[in-house]
Design a protein around this ligand. Structure first.
Ligand code: GLU
Length: 511
C-alpha cells in the first residue's frame, strides 16, 4: 500500500510556523516512502473563515518547497480538496451512522443544553457533558418515540447529529510517536458530527475525507491528540480501517515555558510566520521569515530539527538529505524549544554557501538602491569578503566603505569616538613608513600588503595592536569586518593611501 499523507489546515488566518513544520514532516515522510503528500483545506467552519488565508497557505508552502502532489489548486484523483466543495458528500455518512445505531438526532435547544450543564454543575460534576449517561435525560432520537422523531424531522425542527459513544469501552491506539494511548469511553462525550446549519463538524469531515482520500498516516500537531480517541471510535463506527496516528510535539517558547505564540514573536522580535501577513479586518501586520531576508532552505532546515534529529552532529541538511534521513520514530515526544539565534545561524550557513556571483548581484542591487553605483564584478569581490560576517544579504551593506570614495571618518561619529580611544602619537612613524612603502609597492595583493606591513612593524619596533586598529579605522571606518589586507587590495592603491593620509591628518589635529 502506498503512503498517502495530508496536511489539513483551516483557513482561519496566516499559517503559523508550527503548521509549516507539520506540513514539512508530512512532506518528508511522503517523499521518504515514495508516497503522496496531499493538501486539504478544512473550511467547514464558516464563522472562522478569513479571506486571504488560503492563498497565504499556498504561497507559504510553495516558498518552502513543500508543494503538495494533490491540492485544491492542482487537483488529483480524490478531489475536491476543499471541504466546502465536498459539502454534499458528508450527510450520507452521518445517515449511515444513524442507520447503524452509532449516531442519533438530538433536538435539544441551546437553553435546554445550558439547563443540563447547570444541573450537573449543581450536582458537583466538574465537566458536564452530553454523554452515555446524560443523553438519557435529553431530547434525542434515543429517548423520544420513533413517531415523535419522525414528526419533528418532518416539521423541520432544528437538530444536530451526535455520535453515540459506547458507555463502557477502553479506546486504545498506538501512536507512532507516543506509543500506546488508552482512554476510557466515559471520558469522551457524544460529539456533534453534523450541525444544524447543514455542515459537518471537523470530526466527521476529517474522518470521512481521510478515508475517501486513502490517507495511510495522520501526522499532525499534539493539540489534536485529545481528539484522536474520538476519531478511533468514528473509524470503528464506520467499520473502516484507520490510518496510523503520529502526534507531533509542541513548539515551545525560547525559555521553554509554554507553547510558542504569535505574541512571543512580537514581544521577542522574531517572526512566527513564514511570510508577512496583514489581518484583513484589523489591519494588524505580522512579519514573516521571507521578508526578513531568510532563505527558505534555512527556515525549513531549522524547522526540521525542531522536534526531530537524524542522530549524530549533522545540522545543515538539504531537502534531499532531510528526506533521506527522516524517520517518524525519531520524532521527540517532548516539546521543542524554539531558538531564534539558531535560526539566524542556519541562515548564515546557507548564505555562506550561496554562489559568490549570486551574492554579488544581490549586493549590487542593494547598493544601487542606496545610491551607490558599482559593477557586479566588484560587488562580487566584496561579497566574498563580507559574507563571512553576514547573516542576511542586507548585512553586507556594512561594507559600503568598499564602494565609496574618501575617508570613512568624515561624518562618522562612532568611528571618531573609537579613534579618540585608540590614537597614540607613537604610532605615527609606523604609519608614515607604511604609507611610503605602499606608494612603492609593486605587487598590490593581500599577501604583499601583509608582508610589507609586518616589515614596517619590525623596522619601527611597533606592536601590531598599536597600529592595526588605526589601519581599520582610517581605511574602513569601523573595527569589525574583513581582513584589512583583503580590503586594501580591493580598494586599490590610490584610495588606500588617500585614506591613510586623511586619517593621519585628522589625528594630528588632536595632538
Ligand atoms: N483542520 C485541522 C487543523 O486546522 C486539521 C487537524 C488534523 O490534521 O486532523 O489543524
Amino acid at each position: 500500500m502506498s503512503v498517502r499523507v495530508r496536511f489539513a489546515p483551516s483557513p482561519t488566518g496566516p499559517l503559523h510556523m508550527g503548521g509549516v513544520r507539520t506540513a514539512l514532516y508530512n512532506y518528508l515522510f511522503a517523499r521518504r516512502h515514495g508516497g503522496q503528500f496531499l493538501l486539504r483545506i478544512e473550511d467547514t467552519d464558516q464563522a472562522r473563515f478569513v479571506p486571504g488565508a488560503e492563498d497565504y497557505i499556498r504561497e507559504a508552502l510553495d516558498w518552502c518547497g513543500l508543494t503538495p502532489d494533490e491540492s485544491p489548486w492542482k487537483g488529483g484523483p480524490d478531489g475536491p480538496y476543499r471541504q466546502s466543495e465536498r459539502k454534499a458528500m458528508y450527510r450520507q455518512y452521518a445517515d449511515q451512522l444513524i442507520a447503524a445505531d452509532k449516531a442519533y438526532y438530538a433536538f435539544d435547544t441551546p437553553e435546554e443544553l445550558e439547563a443540563m450543564r447547570e444541573r450537573l454543575k449543581a450536582a458537583g460534576v466538574a465537566a458536564p457533558a452530553y454523554n452515555a449517561v446524560t443523553r438519557e435525560h435529553m431530547k434525542n432520537s434515543l429517548t423520544l418515540s420513533a413517531d415523535e422523531v419522525k414528526e419533528r424531522l418532518a416539521r423541520g425542527d432544528e437538530y444536530v447529529i451526535r455520535l453515540k459513544v459506547p458507555r463502557h469501552q477502553e479506546v486504545r491506539f498506538e501512536d507512532v510517536i507516543r506509543g500506546w494511548v488508552v482512554v476510557h469511553s466515559s471520558n469522551i462525550d457524544d460529539k456533534v458530527l453534523f450541525k444544524s446549519d447543514g455542515m459537518p463538524t471537523y470530526h466527521l469531515a476529517n474522518i470521512v475525507d481521510d478515508h475517501l482520500m486513502r490517507i495511510t498516516h495522520v501526522i499532525r500537531g499534539e493539540e489534536w491528540l485529545p481528539s484522536a480517541p474520538l476519531h478511533v471510535l468514528l473509524y470503528e463506527a464506520f467499520g473502516w480501517e484507520r490510518p496510523a496516528f503520529a502526534h507531533l510535539p509542541l513548539i515551545l517558547k525560547p525559555d521553554g515555558n509554554g507553547k510558542l505564540s504569535k505574541r512571543d514573536g512580537d514581544r521577542l522580535g522574531f517572526p512566527v510566520f513564514p511570510l508577512n501577513w496583514q489581518d484583513p479586518t484589523s489591519g494588524e501586520q505580522s512579519s514573516g521569515y521571507r521578508e526578513r531576508g531568510y532563505y527558505p532552505e534555512a527556515f525549513v532546515n531549522m524547522l526540521a530539527l525542531l522536534g526531530w534529529n537524524p542522530g549524530g552532529d549533522v545540522e545543515v541538511m538539504s531537502m534531499d538529505q532531510l528526506v533521506e534521513y527522516f524517520d517518524l520514530a525519531r520524532v521527540h515526544k517532548g516539546g521543542a524549544k524554539f531558538d531564534p539565534e539558531k535560526t539566524k545561524w542556519f541562515n548564515q550557513q546557507y548564505l555562506r554557501h550561496r554562489p559568490d556571483a549570486e551574492l554579488g548581484a544581490q549586493l549590487q542591487a542593494k547598493l544601487t538602491a542606496s545610491g551607490i553605483d558599482t559593477t557586479v564584478e566588484r560587488a562580487t569581490a566584496a561579497a566574498v569578503l563580507l559574507k563571512e560576517r553576514a547573516t542576511f544579504v542586507d548585512d553586507m551593506l556594512e561594507g559600503r566603505y568598499l564602494f565609496t570614495e574618501g575617508s570613512p571618518l568624515i561624518g562618522n561619529a562612532d568611528a571618531n569616538a573609537e579613534l579618540k580611544k585608540r590614537w597614540k602619537p607613537e604610532a605615527t612613524p609606523a604609519l608614515e613608513a607604511f604609507i611610503e612603502r605602499l606608494e612603492a609597492l609593486v605587487d598590490w595583493t593581500p599577501a604583499a600588503l601583509e608582508a610589507t606591513f609586518t616589515e614596517v612593524l619590525q623596522a619601527t619596533g611597533t606592536k601590531i595592536g598599536q597600529v592595526m586598529p588605526l589601519y581599520r579605522l582610517f581605511v574602513a571606518g569601523r573595527m569589525q569586518g574583513p581582513g584589512m589586507f583583503d580590503v586594501s587590495a580591493l580598494l586599490g592603491r590610490d584610495e588606500v593611501i588617500a585614506r591613510f593620509k586623511a586619517g593621519l591628518e585628522h589625528c594630528r589635529a588632536w595632538a
